[in-house]
Design a protein. Sequence first.
Length: 428
Amino acid sequence: MNDKNLKVLVLGSGGREHTLARICDQSPIVEKVVVSPGNGGMAGEFETFSVGVEDNEAIVSLAKAEEIDLVVVGPEVPLCNGAVDALNEAGIPAYGPNKSAARLEGSKAFSKDFFARQGIPTAEYGNFNEVGPALAYLSTCKMPIVVKASGLAAGKGVLICENREEAEEAVREMLAGSSFGESGKEVVIEEFLEGEEASLHLVCSGESYVALPMSQDHKKVGEGDIGLNTGGMGAYAPTRLVTPEMLAQYEKSIVRPTLAGLKAEGIDFRGTLYVGLMLTTDGPKVLEFNVRFGDPETQVILPLLEDDLVPLLLASARGEELPSSVHFKDAYAMVVVLASAGYPESYPKGEVISAPSDFPEGSQLIHAGTKLDEEGKCVTAGGRVLGAVGIGSSLQEAREKANSVCESVDFPSKYFRRDIGHREFSRT
Ligand code: AMP
Ligand code: GLY
């Protein structure tokens, strides 16, 4: 295969995948992007297939039938389910970690033990699969304390407990009850950390990696960071919270030991490593590893890349060395998530979305929980419906552009936070 006229399959249906599909489509070495299963916005822009992300056999058949040169796997579920292993066995390059490497996200207990073995800074913790020892450990802990379902829980498996009673109840419900199903059959009990959070994304291939601009997500549903945790209500990049010197320090104390440690443990890590950091007064601590791009962080990180993304994805998928430096634009990006009111609990679906067909330079509308109904109308189909993206020469300009996208789009339950980036704007 020569690296021209590539056909790329993007797997997934969220804002992250819509962004990945658009960015791959702009690559001069890509002839065609197809998506599966996609969403209402992707369906209008790309050839769309209906294969679900959890069916490895069907994914391989689709990639073969469509003569795909590179599969980009968006979400964590297929990565933890071995989609990349299945594609590689069939000789198809796929971007993302294999099943063994995906345990860094799929099992918080596994990743915490990995941090301990490799000396990666993280919160004090204990892993438990029985109620008795978990309660005994809790009796030794300071409050508040954090109780986490070890397995995948779509960002909802983390409970911050103010007192012992709450923590004991969380532990019992996960281990003895059925909250979070199989994902809650092992729990991590973790020291509560205070500080500001930042997301570091790395495209990795073994021990070589490319660090992408630092971003900051807004996980709480309400303005002022109050209310329930969500998958993310908005993000911006880059953030001044992390200086280039600090980033160099994180690479030394976290990134390189992680990739070297994985290699020493027999894991050739390929794909995205997303390091969720808490910047505490004791220095940076890793809250979690994810093994895919963040959503909505992708919407603000990838547009800042000046160089072509696809050769990086391809080199990573093949296990080749990545370039030692890549170029980023001297620009800022913000995404404001347009959700359905009621998210992350219950919310209506099937509402008709009205949106302009074109946006000015530097403004984009990214689809997430949307679909086309029987009449071909684009309707809401999830909690996080759309992403309003602005890119500008300052964060202020990026915000103005994102806000005007928010105002130009409508559906009856439209809800969004108007304070995305508030920490950055209040930094002196
Ligand atoms: P995780 O999925 O582990 O990143 O947790 C989701 C969110 O819960 C994080 O982004 C933090 O806001 C919060 N969180 C997780 N672990 C801790 C901790 N040890 N201390 C304080 N907050 C935490
Ligand atoms: N926005 C948080 C995540 O993708 O995990």
